[in-house]
Design a protein around this ligand. Structure first.
Ligand code: RAM
Length: 886
C-alpha cells in the first residue's frame, strides 16, 4: 500500500518560522484505503509508537514542544483496512523565535527630522552591514516591522511575501516572518536593507481616514541566525550601527498611493555600491518583544498578472487601460518616458459615462459636503522617470481596487505590453470548484470568487477601496462560502485572535477587526455610538463555528469560547435590562417575554434592503428587535451546540434554554394569532425559517408567504445584507426550489444577473451600483451578496458539510436540479481529501457520480426520495427525472 500524503502542520503547507510550540499535524490517507485504524508519527528523535486512532486531521501529538529555531523532519505511517502503509515522505517544520527572551535585536526607527502629514510621508531605507569571516551554511532572518517592510540582501529582494508583516491588532500581536537567506550571503561585507513605509501601522486607515493609529514612528526589527561552514554560530541584528535615509519613494500610503522619483533612488543601496545619499544613524526604540508571533495564515503574495484588454485616450487626454476585470493589487508600468517625465496613475473601478476613470464611487454616495474634501479616495500613484533602460515602476507599498487605470502625463501612446495589473492577496489554497451547464451561473461564480480574493488581503475586508476594513458582519455571512472555496482556516484563526483581544469588557465586539482605533473606538464621534450591532458582533460565534464545521478545528472553539460567551451574555443582558422607548410608551409594564426580547442598543438591522434606507439618525432610534432577538436565538443556539462539542454540559443546557426563551419571545412579539409574521418582509420570513424561530407546523405557511412576497415584487430579491445568503437555501428547503432558481436567474434588478448583464466583474455592494445613466455608486467589490454561490455548491451541485461531521468527515450529497439545468459538478479538497459530485441529465434519467475520500462517509439524498449512506470510493447513482425536467 502507498503512503500518507499532503502532510501539514496546523494549517500550513510550509511550516517554517512557526511559533506554535505544539503544532497539530494532518495528513491524507493513502488513496487505496478506506479507513485508518492506527497511525505512527516520527518527529526528530521522538516516535509516537503505534497509536490506535482514526484521527488524521489536526492531530495533537505527545512530541516534546519545539524549541526556538528547532527544525524537525516528520513522517507518518498508518494502519488501515488495506494493511500498513509505507512511511510518508518526510516533511519539515521549523520553529521561529518562541520567547521574548530569544530576541537580541533592537527595534530601530529611521531618522526622521520632521514628520509629514499622514498620507504624505516617504518610505525610508534602512541598512546594516554584516561582515562574515567565511562561507555560511544556513541563515534565517526573523523580521517584522511597525509599518510595511521589504527586505533585501546584497541587492536581492528576499522572499515573495507582500505587505509584510500583515495586518493585526498591533497593540496585541505583531507578525514575524522567517526567511532563508543563506544562499545570498558571502564571506566579507554583506548589505542587509529594508524599505519601510507607514502601512496600516501609521498610515491612513479605514472609512474615516484615521492615521497614526498604532504609533507615530515606524520601526524595523531583524534578527538573523547564521551557521558558518566551520560550525560556528553567529547572530546579526538590527542595532544602533544601522543607518537610514530616504530614497525615491517620497510618498507611500497603503490607501493613498505611492509617489516615486526614480532619479532619487540610490541604485545599488543594498548591493554595496556607494551612493551619494546621506545615511544617518537610526534611533533605537524600546518597543519590546511581547507581541511577536508567526501568522497562522499563508502570506499575501502576487498571485497573478493581467494585461489590459485595451489602452486608449480618454476625452481629457489621459491614457486609460482597461484590465477587463476588477482586481486588487497594483499596476506595473514599464514605459516611463525620458528622464524627468512625471506620470500620474489614477486607479478606479469604473469609468464616468464620458469615459474618464472615476473615484467618486470609492466614497459614500451620500455624505455631508465637507466630507468630500476631507476624505481622500486614494489610489493615486505618481512616478518621475530616471530615464534608465529597463526601468519599471511597481508601487508595492499601496494596494488599489481597480479595473481601470488612467495614466496622465506627457508620454507616447501606451500599448497593452507596457502595463501589467499585479493581483495581490493572501495566497489561500484553492479548495472548491463549481461548474454547471449555465454559463451565466459559472460567471456569477467567477465574479464572486474574484470579489472574495480581492477582499482577502491578510484580513477579510468589506471592500478593497473605500474602507478596507475587516467588517465582522461581512465575514460572518461569507465565511461558509469562503471555506468551501479556499482554505481559510488559518486566515480566520488569525482574525479571530484579534476579534477576541479587541472585544470590550462588556462583550461588545468592534465593528471591524482589527479595529485600528482600539479602545478609542468607543469615543469616536462617528463610530462610538454605532457599536454592538446584532448580526455583526455575532461573528464572534458564527465564524468559529463555521471554521469548526469546515475544518474540524475543535481547539479554536475552545480558544474562542470566552469571546463567544462574552458576546452572547451581553445580548442576554441587553434583552433583560432595557426596553425600547416606543414599547415602554405603549405598554408601561413589560410583558414576561420581554426578558428575552432584545430591543435596545444600536443595530445596523437587515441593512441595505432594496428600497429606501433608514438614515443614520433614524437607525440609532429604530426598534430592531425582530433582527436582534433572532440573532440572540441563533447565537445562543450555536453556543449551546458548541458547548456540547466541548463537553461543557451545564453551559450547553443554559444556552439551550436561553435560545428557547429567545425563540418564544420572538414568536410572542412577531407572530400574530393567525400565524402571520410581522413585520412581514422577505428578510423576516427568511430569518424565521433559517434560524428556526417558529414551530414546524407554521413553516409551510411562512414559506408560502415568503414565496408570495417574492412573487409580489416580480420574483425579485427583497432581502438586505443579513438575510440574502439564506434566501435561496430557505426557499429550496421549504419546497420552493424552482422559485430559488428563478430568483437566481432573474435579470431585472435587484438581481445577480442584472449585475452581470451590466458588466460586473466583481460583486457590487448595491444591486444597482451602475445606474441607468452608467454612473457607478458605492463599492463595486463587496463580496457579501456573492454568498449566493453557496447555493450553487450546496443545492445545485448538492455538496454540504454536516454539523455532525466537522471537516467533512461526514457530509451530505443532496443535489437539487432545477430550471432545466442539464449538468452541474462541484469538488472540494476537504481536510480528508477530495470530494466530488457531478450529475448530468440524460433525458429520462439523471446520473450522478460521487467521490468519497478515505476516512469519510457521505449521506446521499436523491431527488426521488431515495437515501443511501456510502463510504470511501466512487459511487454512481441514477434517478428518473420529473416530467418537466425530462
Ligand atoms: C459598510 C461596510 C460593510 C457593512 C457596514 C455596516 O460601510 O462596507 O459592508 O458591514 O457598513
Amino acid at each position: 500500500m502507498s503512503a500518507p500524503t499532503r502532510l501539514r502542520v496546523e494549517f500550513l503547507d510550509d511550516a517554517h518560522g512557526i511559533t506554535e510550540p505544539r503544532p497539530r499535524l494532518s495528513w491524507l490517507l493513502p488513496s487505496d484505503c478506506r479507513v485508518q485504524h492506527a497511525y505512527q508519527l516520527r518527529m526528530g528523535e521522538w516516535d509516537s509508537g503505534k497509536v490506535e486512532s482514526g484521527e488524521s486531521v489536526l492531530v495533537a501529538t505527545g512530541a516534546p514542544p519545539l524549541r526556538s529555531r528547532e527544525r524537525r523532519a516528520w513522517q507518518v505511517r498508518v494502519w488501515t483496512d488495506a494493511g500498513r502503509s509505507d512511511w510518508s515522505a518526510p516533511s519539515w517544520l521549523e520553529a521561529g523565535l518562541l520567547e521574548p527572551e530569544d530576541w537580541q535585536a533592537a527595534w530601530i526607527q529611521p531618522a526622521e527630522e520632521t514628520v509629514a502629514a499622514a498620507g504624505e510621508r516617504p518610505a525610508h531605507l534602512l541598512r546594516g552591514i554584516l561582515t562574515l569571516p567565511g562561507a555560511v551554511t544556513t541563515a534565517r532572518a526573523h523580521v517584522t516591522a511597525e509599518g510595511i517592510y521589504e527586505l533585501f540582501v546584497n541587492g536581492v529582494r528576499i522572499g515573495d511575501d507582500e505587505l509584510t508583516p500583515g495586518f493585526t491588532d498591533y497593540r496585541s500581536t505583531l507578525q514575524v516572518q522567517t526567511y532563508d537567506v543563506g544562499s545570498l550571503l558571502r564571506p566579507g561585507a554583506n548589505t542587509v536593507g529594508a524599505v519601510l513605509s507607514d502601512g496600516w501601522f501609521r498610515g491612513v486607515n479605514g472609512m474615516f481616514r484615521d492615521a497614526d493609529c498604532f504609533g507615530t514612528r515606524t520601526a524595523l526589527l531583524l534578527q538573523m541566525h547564521l551557521t558558518l561552514h566551520d560550525g560556528t554560530e553567529d547572530v546579526f541584528c538590527t542595532d544602533a550601527t544601522w543607518t537610514s535615509t530616504t530614497g525615491g519613494i517620497t510618498r507611500a500610503d497603503l490607501l493613498g498611493g505611492v509617489t516615486a522619483d526614480l532619479r532619487a533612488e540610490p541604485v545599488g543601496w543594498t548591493s554595496g555600491v556607494s551612493d551619494a545619499r546621506t545615511w544617518t544613524p537610526v534611533t533605537v526604540a524600546d518597543t519590546g518583544y511581547d507581541r511577536l508571533a508567526a501568522s497562522p495564515a499563508p502570506p499575501v503574495r502576487r498571485t497573478g498578472y493581467r494585461r489590459p484588454l485595451s489602452v486608449s485616450r480618454s476625452p481629457s487626454g489621459a491614457q486609460v487601460a482597461d484590465f477587463g476585470e476588477n482586481v486588487v493589487g497594483w499596476v506595473r508600468l514599464s514605459e516611463l518616458g525620458p528622464r524627468g517625465t512625471r506620470l500620474t496613475l489614477i486607479h478606479g473601478e469604473a469609468l464616468t459615462p464620458d469615459g474618464e476613470v472615476t473615484r467618486r464611487n470609492l466614497l459614500p454616495d451620500h455624505m455631508p459636503p465637507d466630507w468630500e474634501e476631507k476624505l481622500n479616495p486614494g489610489q493615486v500613484d505618481v512616478v518621475v522617470s530616471a530615464g534608465r533602460t529597463g526601468e519599471v515602476f511597481e508601487p508595492r507599498h499601496a494596494t488599489k481596487g481597480f479595473r481601470y487605470v488612467a495614466v496622465e502625463g506627457d508620454l507616447r501612446d501606451l500599448t497593452p505590453d507596457d502595463l501589467t495589473a499585479v493581483v495581490v492577496h493572501t495566497d489561500l489554497r484553492p479548495t472548491g470548484t463549481f461548474r454547471c451547464a449555465d454559463e451565466r451561473l459559472n460567471r456569477l461564480h467567477e465574479i464572486a470568487v474574484r470579489s472574495f480574493l480581492g477582499n482577502a488581503v491578510d484580513i477579510p475586508t468589506d471592500c478593497p477601496t473605500r474602507e478596507r476594513s475587516g467588517w465582522t458582519g461581512d465575514w460572518a455571512l461569507f465565511v461558509p462560502t469562503a471555506a468551501f472555496l479556499f482554505d481559510v482556516a488559518g486566515f480566520s484563526r488569525k482574525w479571530l485572535r484579534d476579534l477576541a483581544t479587541q472585544q470590550f469588557e462588556d462583550g461588545v465586539v468592534p465593528n471591524f477587526v482589527p479595529d485600528q482605533l482600539g479602545p478609542a473606538t468607543r469615543d469616536h464621534p462617528l463610530i462610538g455610538e454605532n457599536l454592538g450591532s446584532a448580526g455583526w458582533g455575532d461573528a464572534a460565534v458564527i465564524v468559529p463555528w463555521e471554521i469548526f464545521r469546515a475544518y474540524g478545528d475543535r481547539e479554536l472553539l475552545e480558544r474562542q469560547w470566552p469571546s463567544m460567551v462574552a458576546w452572547v451574555e451581553r445580548a442576554i443582558r441587553m434583552a433583560r435590562e432595557g426596553r425600547h422607548p416606543h414599547r415602554a410608551a405603549n405598554l408601561p409594564e413589560p410583558a414576561p417575554h420581554e426578558e428575552y426580547l432584545w430591543d435596545t442598543g444600536f443595530h445596523f438591522g437587515e441593512w441595505l434592503e432594496p428600497g429606501d434606507q433608514p438614515g443614520w439618525e433614524e437607525l440609532r432610534t429604530l426598534d430592531q428587535s425582530a433582527v436582534a432577538t433572532a440573532y440572540l436565538r441563533h447565537s445562543s443556539c450555536l453556543l449551546s451546540r458548541i458547548a456540547v462539542v466541548l463537553g461543557r454540559e451545564a453551559e450547553a443546557e443554559r444556552y439551550r434554554e436561553i435560545s428557547e426563551h429567545a425563540r418564544l419571545a420572538w414568536q410572542t412579539e412577531f407572530v400574530d394569532e393567525t400565524g402571520r409574521v410581522q413585520p412581514e418582509t422577505q428578510a423576516t420570513l427568511v430569518r424565521a425559517l433559517a434560524f428556526d424561530l417558529v414551530d414546524a407546523d407554521l413553516r409551510p405557511s411562512l414559506a408560502h408567504r415568503l414565496a408570495e412576497l417574492v412573487r409580489a415584487v416580480g420574483t425579485r430579491v427583497g432581502t438586505g445584507f443579513l438575510a440574502t445568503p439564506h434566501l435561496l437555501p430557505v426557499l429550496a428547503e421549504t419546497g420552493y426550489a424552482d422559485l430559488a432558481y428563478e430568483l437566481l436567474l432573474q435579470n431585472t434588478p435587484p438581481s445577480w444577473m442584472h449585475m452581470l448583464d451590466n458588466g460586473a466583474t466583481t460583486v457590487w455592494e448595491l444591486w444597482e451600483a451602475i445606474d441607468a445613466d452608467g454612473v457607478a455608486h458605492e463599492s463595486l467589490n463587496h463580496y457579501s451578496k456573492g454568498a449566493v454561490i453557496s447555493f450553487l455548491h450546496r443545492f445545485v451541485a448538492g455538496l454540504r458539510v454536516l454539523d455532525e461531521g466537522p471537516g467533512y468527515r461526514r457530509f451530505r450529497v443532496q443535489p437539487c436540479p432545477g430550471s432545466g439545468l442539464t449538468w452541474a459538478e462541484a469538488g472540494h479538497d476537504s481536510p480528508y481529501g477530495r470530494i466530488e459530485v457531478a450529475w448530468r441529465n440524460h433525458g429520462e434519467t439523471t446520473r450522478m457520480r460521487v467521490v468519497v475520500p478515505p476516512g469519510t462517509q457521505a449521506e446521499v439524498r436523491l431527488p426521488d426520495g431515495r437515501r443511501a449512506d456510502i463510504g470511501p470510493g466512487t459511487a454512481l447513482f441514477e434517478w428518473t427525472n420529473r416530467q418537466d425536467e425530462a
